[in-house]
Design a protein around this ligand. Structure first.
Ligand code: CO
Length: 460
């Protein structure tokens, strides 16, 4: 039987899903070499929310983190999650910025670029894919998985073909909410395997408890690789456990490259890390359970914690179930977008507002922009009455939104002057201006403190 590839997610998606991406580099620095020995196909370690979190909460330079990971993980390809035209932020950037970001990521050590658009509007990933290919790196095109009347098997097979024609080296079925069931995965993998010649990877979460079952059927259908998290940091809103999937697949007769003794060392390393986050409250035990309700509401892990935080802020936690129940209607009105960042947060926030203030009595700035067409083309039909309420026909975006955006890189670089020490700094600033600015200031301050300290020492 064939071999199944494993992508380890502990320092990116599991970190993001379980502890809101609060894991500092120092928590995994000492185990990086072991990742390289374990037999993984790739190590997902960057992108997604890690970039923002490094700058915002951890006082770390995300680019430096990437270089430090690369220095210790020399053979296993590093993998990142890139939001296409959104890069890692939450709005669209001009093409030159997207290209620059991909180029700098490649230069700093990135190997596999997993690229997605929240709406599966491939116009929004083609530039990132093209630049990845130009850099000689692996471009993995994503299909965000969701269920809706417009998301048929034929439609998904067609998407796979489009990704292949675009030049992608592989396809990832990105099931960010953990809602893809075993039979759906089986049918989808079969469909993609027959509509394209590309390797197919499946990404899911253990949120609904379906994860391992879905992976088993996907492997049966011929999937090439799966995403898992080391057992001590797996399950719940993160991925199914690496060791468990290896054990089960090998029992049935599939091969893997994973080594049990190395996996054990990695698991032992992350056990106390998890305990620390449990103790300080960052890891809420509730995210570890099985949430079958999600099968109905289709709420990804990150969106769930975001909605809880929102409702807590508003002192309205008692409205949680109602807000969840309001999601499908908002989603239909938006033309059935898959619930993935930033759409998941936007739809979740609108559902909360609809429950608290009445349906669309208050429409968020982001939803208005979405209705204008700033995020791309919705999979299905958007509620026209809502569009008309927010915009005049001549105000709507025609074609690809990024085509209308002026280059910003050189201008931003000039404005930042000495504050930015590299092109990477400029990109950090473009992605998260206020946060990056604060990070630059704190970096300056730390360095001047170091200098003072050295001088004091000399005077002793
Ligand atoms: Co995920």
């Amino acid at each position: 039987m064939s071999k199944v590839k494993f992508t380890e997610t502990v320092i990116r998606d599991a970190n993001q899903s379980l502890i809101a991406t609060r894991m500092p580099f120092s928590d995994f620095e000492d185990i990086l070499e072991k990742f390289d020995e374990a037999g993984y196909y790739s190590l997902e370690c960057w992108g997604g929310a890690t970039f923002d979190s490094c700058l915002r909460y951890l006082d770390e330079d995300p680019w430096e983190r990437l270089r430090k990971i690369k220095a210790k993980v020399k053979n296993t390809p590093l993998q990142m999650l890139l939001r296409g035209q959104n890069i890692l932020g939450y709005k669209h950037y001009p093409d030159e910025t997207v290209r620059m970001f991909v180029r700098k990521s490649a230069e700093n050590g990135m190997d596999i670029f997993r690229i997605f658009d929240a709406l599966n509007d491939f116009e929004n990933i083609k530039v990132a894919v093209d630049e990845t290919i130009k850099c000689g790196k692996h471009a993995q095109g994503c299909i965000c998985y969701t269920t809706s009347p417009v998301h048929t098997l034929e439609k998904y097979a067609q998407m796979g073909k489009e990704l292949e024609e675009m030049g992608c080296h592989s396809i990832c079925i990105k099931d960010m909410a953990g809602i893809c069931g075993p039979q759906e995965a089986y049918d989808l993998v079969k469909a993609l395997k027959s509509s394209t010649k590309l390797p197919v990877f499946l990404h899911t979460h253990q949120t609904t408890g379906l994860g391992p079952l879905t992976y088993m059927k996907a492997v049966e259908a011929g999937v090439d690789g799966i995403d898992t998290a080391i057992s001590s940091f797996a399950g719940g809103t993160a991925q199914p456990a690496t060791e468990t999937m290896k054990y089960a697949l090998e029992q049935i007769g599939y091969e893997t490259d994973l080594k049990d003794d190395v996996l054990k060392e990695i698991a032992d390393h992350f056990a106390p890390v998890k305990a620390k986050f449990l103790e300080n409250g960052t890891l809420n035990p509730s995210v570890m359970g099985v949430k079958a309700d999600i099968l109905k509401y289709q709420v990804p892990g990150g969106m769930l914690s975001n909605m809880i935080a929102n409702l807590k802020d508003l002192g309205a936690m008692d409205k949680f179930d109602e807000a969840c129940a309001a999601i499908p209607k908002v989603r239909k009105d938006m033309g059935y977008p898959p619930l993935v960042t930033p759409l998941s947060q936007m739809v979740g926030n609108q559902a909360v507002q609809n429950v608290l203030f009445g349906e669309y009595k208050s429409i968020s700035k982001e939803i208005k922009a979405y209705l204008r067409g700033e995020y791309g083309t919705a999979p299905g039909e958007v509620n026209q009455e809502l569009v008309d309420r927010c915009w005049k026909p001549e105000e709507l975006v025609q074609g690809r939104y990024a085509d209308g955006l002026e280059p910003i890189f050189e201008k931003t670089k000039a404005e930042l002057g000495k504050k930015a020490r590299s092109d990477e700094d400029v990109l950090s600033y473009i992605a998260f201006p206020q946060v990056a600015e604060k990070f630059f200031a704190s970096r300056e301050e730390k360095e001047s403190n170091t200098v003072n300290y050295t001088i004091e020492k000399k005077e002793d």
